[in-house]
Design a protein around this ligand. Sequence first.
Ligand SMILES: [Zn+2]
Length: 105
Amino acid sequence: MAHDADTPQPGALPEFCLRCSAPIRPGRGEHYEVLVVAVADPHPPVLTEEDLQQDLDQQWRELLSQVEHLSAQEAQNQVYRRVQFPLCQRCFRQWIEDPTGHLPS
Ligand SMILES: [Zn+2]
């Protein structure tokens, strides 16, 4: 499993390639540490005329009720994730060319 890069724990990274399980020997220059940062849509919301005619206070209360059961960490995870994981050189070369796994083969 990918390591949550926001709570660093020295030595907690797996010592094997997360994709093929090949052993990773730190310091040998044989692998990559991949850092992925995902941010929820950072653009300002697009408001339509219909949106503006609705009760914004009511919508705000509904939004708050949806997130109030979440912990602070869960709420943060919905808008920002940063993970780190090791890949061997072979897996890295394949992954970096098609990180979403959707290019035709
Ligand atoms: Zn690998």
